[in-house]
Design a protein around this ligand. Structure first.
Ligand SMILES: *[C@@H]1O[C@H](CO)[C@@H](O)[C@H](O)[C@H]1NC(C)=O
Length: 451
């Protein structure tokens, strides 16, 4: 008998089941096309292959991700997973916020970034965030005087907190706050239940409630600021913050969001758009501008993210040049010292050695040249002979000249030989005559009885 009763009791509850709002939800990892269509990302925010990264840990920079369309309900629940790895240094005023803004966030952020976020001079001068704050976007990159609800993961005087606040647009906000550190590298599940007259936040074991009204038609999104420091090494990183999936459920009976443009488009307007788009003479031009816009955003992101690396490189280069000049200095001193000790002027000696080496090199070069020339001559001779032979021409001329030169050499050799022969005959005759005269002399002395 108890069973049918339970079913009857559950029936009305089952009818009021919350319905998902896909236009405001985000899968994990984010689906890029869906993300591009329904979310507006600015600054350091970028999708990765496993999450939506709000900031890769760049200090003094802002990243935002806001839904492009308003929620058409004030009775809903947002559930998301946030993960933050601690940075390598503690930066002041860094933090992450979830917003349910009564004001059009796209309008606010587009105006700010059009005027501002591409300003290279400000980026270089380091005054970028100051200007952002001056535009009233000093609360983690979104409106300081916000209108609606905000969930803040902040750090006040070293203590990390989570707060649920209501802002009326005057700049003042109120709501509960409790200590909680999410920058521990772990996943934290966040659940925000918004009702027409109250809101409840649950993060880990912390539950915060706020008795303030919420209006339908608000814009939801995230913003994040990397924090600042009076002076910091560009190597230092602030917290790395990512969102792993967003799920929005509508508890009201009506539709909770506008239908997605691509989901159900009327036939007529589709045709019109096709005609305009496909046949416009500006079609290519339009596509080009879209591509350029995309590229600009990409470049901007790159500029922001590569700034720490560039600073690091600059520091390394200046340190290196300093070191080089120190080495140069000590080398000069060392040279002077050696000169003094040895009494030689090493510099001059070195110069002379260098000169000698240069001379040697020149001489070798000349020899090589001469040899090369000879080889070239020989080569051209051979070539000439080859050519004559190849063209079937008479090479007897060449042979003749060769035999002539041979003859000359032979003649020379013969005449030299003759000369040598004459000389030797003369020498023999001289020796014989000398011998005879000597013999004669001996004979004379013998006769005179000298011996
Ligand atoms: C919000 O602002 C954007 C940019 O100005 C605009 O295109 C969009 O229609 C606005 N949305 C609503 C609901 O007013």
């Amino acid at each position: 008998m108890r069973c049918p009763k339970t079913v009857l009791l559950l029936l009305p509850l089952a009818l009021a089941d919350p319905s998902p709002l896909p236009g405001h939800s985000m899968s994990s990892p984010p689906e890029i096309n869906h993300l591009a269509k329904t979310w507006l990302l600015t600054g350091t925010t970028m999708p990765s292959h496993n999450s939506l990264i709000l900031t890769p840990g760049v200090a003094d920079r802002v990243g935002t991700a806001f839904s492009r369309t308003p929620l058409r309900t004030n009775d809903f629940e947002v559930e998301f997973t946030i993960s933050a790895k601690p940075g390598t240094a503690v930066f002041e005023n860094d933090g992450v916020a979830f917003w349910y803004s009564e004001e059009n966030s796209t309008e606010i952020l587009v105006a700010a970034s059009a005027k501002h976020s591409h300003n290279q001079d400000e980026l270089i001068a380091g005054t970028w965030y100051d200007h952002y704050v001056q535009q009233g976007l000093g609360l983690y990159g979104f409106k300081s005087a916000f209108k609606g609800l905000g969930v803040f993961f902040s750090r006040n005087a070293g203590a990390a907190t989570v707060g649920l606040k209501f802002g009326d647009g005057s700049g003042a906000s109120e709501g509960p706050e409790q200590q909680l550190e999410i920058r521990d590298g772990k996943d934290h599940s966040v659940k925000l239940r918004v009702q027409p007259e109250a809101a409840t936040l649950q993060v880990d074991a912390v539950t915060l409630t706020l008795a303030k009204p919420a209006k339908a038609g608000g814009f939801m999104g995230f913003s994040c600021y990397g924090g600042s420091k009076a002076s910091y090494n560009p190597k230092e990183r602030s917290a790395f913050v990512e969102i792993k999936g967003v799920k929005v459920m509508n508890y009201a009976s009506g539709p909770g969001e506008d239908t997605l443009p691509s989901a159900a488009e009327p036939e007529a307007s589709k045709e019109k758009e096709d005609v305009l788009g496909a046949h416009s003479s500006f079609k290519d031009h339009r596509e080009e501008s879209e591509a350029i816009k995309e590229l600009t955003n990409m470049v901007f992101k790159l500029v922001i993210e590569s700034k720490p690396q560039r600073e690091q490189m600059k520091a390394a280069i200046s340190a290196l040049s300093k070191r080089v000049s120190v080495v140069e200095e000590s080398f000069t001193t060392l040279k002077k010292e050696i000169d003094m000790k040895t009494g030689h002027n090493l510099g001059e000696e070195f110069e002379s050695i260098k000169k000698e080496l240069a001379d040697m090199h020149a001489a070798a070069h000349r020899d090589t040249d001469a040899r090369g020339k000879k080889l070239a001559d020989l080569h051209s001779d051979i070539e000439h002979v080859q050519k004559t032979a190849a063209t079937g021409g008479d090479i007897s001329g060449d042979l003749d000249s060769l035999s002539r030169s041979n003859e000359q050499v032979l003649d020379e050799l013969t005449s030299q030989h003759k000369r040598m022969f004459g000389v030797s005959i003369f020498a023999i005759a001289f020796i014989i005559i000398a011998g005879l005269s000597l013999y004669n002399k001996f004979r004379c002395w013998e006769k005179k009885h000298v011996l």
